[in-house]
Ligand binder design. Structure first.
Ligand SMILES: *Cc1c(COP(=O)(O)O)cnc(C)c1O
Length: 363
């Protein structure tokens, strides 16, 4: 058997009975969109993160879109974020006609460099979206402070960091708004698309609930222009089962990361955790100037890998219109050339971990 990059099959086998039962309950109920399972999920998510409001929605991308819509982001506005993230972060900003304003990252944590944010603020800036990349929270205290000083809102893109901690608090509860994703390969994944918005602000929560249902506040009365951003009951049912075992899985991911760290620290630059925070290792990413040689070797030995992210967002064709040039975010550009991810999931067997480490150590 080849080493799985993310082992969703073993996870399903482990929880199969409970998941199958729950899925059949939903099928028997004939209530497929929102409903009791979704309500339960929202309570569970709120309880887990400590956030006042958790609103389940259709994906992580829609969570970001809903968050930006709820604070009235519109053409002409600017939103500060990182160029070293999945496209969705900046896509949601641009989709609303606003301008993603990029700020470079730190070379060790790969998260936005908080010290460079303030110089990017203009009178058009409305919000900051730090991404807690690969599972490690960004410098949320520093970012919240800059936001407060400049009258901006902070939306944590926690698509990869659900479950991580920062100064004793959970990711998704570190800023006024946060968004996460339940895409199958994320640390907490469902069996399709899913996401959630978290907020401490009751007005934002109320507005998001309306926006995700076509802006409808009463049946066929539409207060805002919204979207279809609802979550399926089937996805909520899967998540309600998986959430019970999630902390155990996070612990396993951390144990695997520790084993990788110890085995690989002389071969590549292993992930750096900043003080007072934990990671859920959505990805286990390492850096090497000899990346291409290493990837070749992994390929030859049947070890799967991935590169997150090969092209920083300011160099993507879709953002050409903004006018950024290569060279503007040197840290992101350098990291993009050196970074790669190794197999990681809670059900990665010791034997498979050993196989990965052995090939890596032979460099
Ligand atoms: C996965 C991801 C998203 C989007 O989530 P989807 O559920 O796939 O729409 C947004 N931001 C980041 C950083 C992600 O990793």
């Amino acid at each position: 058997m080849s080493v799985p990059f993310v082992d969703l099959q073993s996870q399903y086998q482990e929880y199969k009975q409970e998941i199958d039962t729950k899925i059949h309950q939903v099928l028997d109920s004939s209530s497929y969109i929102m409903g009791q399972e979704v309500k339960e999920l929202e309570e569970n998510l709120s309880g887990y993160t400590g956030s006042n409001h958790a609103i389940a929605c259709s994906s992580g991308t829609d969570a970001l879109l809903l968050a930006l819509m709820s604070i009235g982001i519109q053409p002409g506005d600017e939103v500060i974020t990182t160029p070293f993230t999945f496209i969705a972060t900046a896509e949601a900003i641009a989709f609303l006609g606003a301008k993603p304003v990029f700020v470079d990252i730190e070379q060790d944590s790969f998260n936005i460099n908080a010290a460079q944010i303030e110089q990017a603020v203009t009178d058009k800036t409305k919000a900051i979206i730090p991404v807690s990349l690969f599972g490690q929270p960004a410098d949320m205290d520093e970012i919240n402070e800059i936001a407060e000083k400049n009258g901006l809102l902070v939306i944590e893109d926690a698509a990869q960091s659900f479950g991580a901690e920062y100064k004793g608090r959970k990711s998704c509860n570190l800023s006024t708004i946060a968004c996460t994703s339940f895409f199958p390969a994320k640390p907490l994944g469902c069996y399709g698309d899913g996401g959630a918005v978290f907020t401490s602000d009751s007005d934002v929560a109320k507005k998001i609930r309306i926006l995700l249902n076509h802006g409808q506040n009463e049946r066929y009365k539409h207060k805002y222009i919204g979207i279809n951003g609802r979550l399926d009951a089937l996805q909520a049912a899967v998540l309600n089962v998986k959430l019970q075992y999630f902390d155990k899985e996070v612990q396993k991911r951390n144990e695997i990361a520790k084993r990788y760290d110890n085995a690989l620290e002389d071969t590549v630059l292993t992930p750096v955790l900043k003080p007072e925070r934990s990671s859920v290792y959505a990805q286990y990413c390492v850096k090497s100037q000899k990346r291409e040689d290493i990837l070749e070797k992994l390929k030859k030995n049947g070890i799967p890998f991935a590169v997150y992210y090969p092209i920083p967002l300011h160099m993507q064709e879709c953002f050409e219109g903004i006018g950024y040039k290569p060279g503007e975010f040197p840290v992101s550009e350098k990291v993009a050339k050196e970074i790669f991810a190794l197999p990681m999931s809670a059900f990665l067997s010791i034997e498979d971990q050993d196989k990965v480490m052995k090939v890596m150590q032979e460099q």
